[in-house]
Design a binder for this molecule. Structure first.
Ligand SMILES: Cc1ncc(COP(=O)(O)O)c(C=O)c1O
Length: 287
């Protein structure tokens, strides 16, 4: 089990990996990132993650230091070199170093940082029993202020919301958008079975287009119900038959309770369980 860091092509161990305090990713969150997990030691949905990173970078006029293909092959190399049975790979591109201004032209050279750590799965009971979520008071920043499709290092809202939910005994926080519609969680997307139909908020609800969400949409017909993107509200969620969340680290995770209210039977529902199996099948087929 090892942790390995690559900074601009050079390998470091956890202790010696350092970047400048003048790096704008550190100073102002002026950076984009992706988190990728492996299945069978192979990065899962690598191209999709790196494509998303490219789009994030384009949206903030940040030039990636290399092509997506080259970053991808470096990420694979780092993963092999770390030698973990399964890894989490974090790929970060910061605007680089420069004077302490907000003018992005002041930073000339982006930094590419790849961090590989052993994958620590969530406890089995989360998948067996489902987790508890809380709808927090903080709302998503409207898309017209900050495009939610930019996966940037600025995660303060998510950190605050996540810790608010944790204080209440929850495992994730649900954020509504400025219109009061259900948007997403702090590090995951949300799905619900409402009146027998599998639904997830559309991107226009102001959410990140999760890669796991993308896979779930694709495989949903195999689980008996093609998923439809539709706006819904907290009351719809309380009355849902099933709810689950999706993310790279969690895959598909059932939800047992929201705001202390039991969802459905309070146990992972049939459609959720079938999707979990289909997701596992899909992931194994990509190895
Ligand atoms: C805000 C937010 N939404 C959704 C997700 C899930 O995305 P993915 O499935 O690509 O991990 C994440 C992942 O970190 C996230 O930060």
């Amino acid at each position: 089990m090892s942790i390995l860091v690559n900074i601009n092509g050079e390998y470091f161990d956890q202790k010696s990996a350092k970047i400048s305090v003048f790096d704008r990713g550190f100073l102002s969150g002026d950076a984009v990132f992706e988190v990728i997990r492996t299945y069978g030691g192979k990065p899962f949905m690598l191209k999709e993650h790196l494509d998303r990173m490219k789009h994030s970078a384009e949206k903030i006029s940040l030039s990636l230091p290399h092509s997506i293909a080259r970053i991808g092959s470096l990420a694979k190399k780092c993963c092999q070199r770390a030698g973990n049975s399964e890894s989490m790979i974090r790929v970060v591109v910061t605007r680089g170093e420069g004077p302490m201004t907000l003018n992005w032209d002041d930073a000339k050279e982006p930094n590419l940082i790849i961090i590989v750590v052993p994958l620590v799965p969530y406890p089995e009971h989360c998948y067996r029993d489902g987790v508890s979520l809380f709808i927090v008071g903080r709302r998503k920043i409207p898309s017209y202020s900050l495009d939610p499709g930019i996966k940037s290092n600025g995660y303060l809202l998510n950190i605050l919301a996540q810790n608010e939910a944790k204080k209440l005994g929850g495992s994730e926080a649900i954020l509504l958008n400025h219109r009061g519609e259900v948007a997403e969680c702090t590090q995951s997307n949300l799905f619900a079975v409402i009146d027998g139909e599998l639904l997830t908020p559309p991107l226009s609800a102001g959410i990140l287009g999760g890669i796991t969400r993308q896979v779930t949409l694709k495989i949903s017909p195999r689980a008996g119900s093609p998923c439809r993107e539709r706006i819904f509200y907290p009351e719809d969620l309380y009355g849902a038959q099933e709810v689950f969340i999706t993310s790279t680290r969690r895959d598909i995770m059932p939800v047992a309770e929201i705001d202390g209210k039991r969802i459905g039977t309070g146990k992972p529902g049939k459609m959720t369980q079938q999707l979990m199996r289909e997701f596992e099948r899909f992931a194994q087929s990509q190895r």
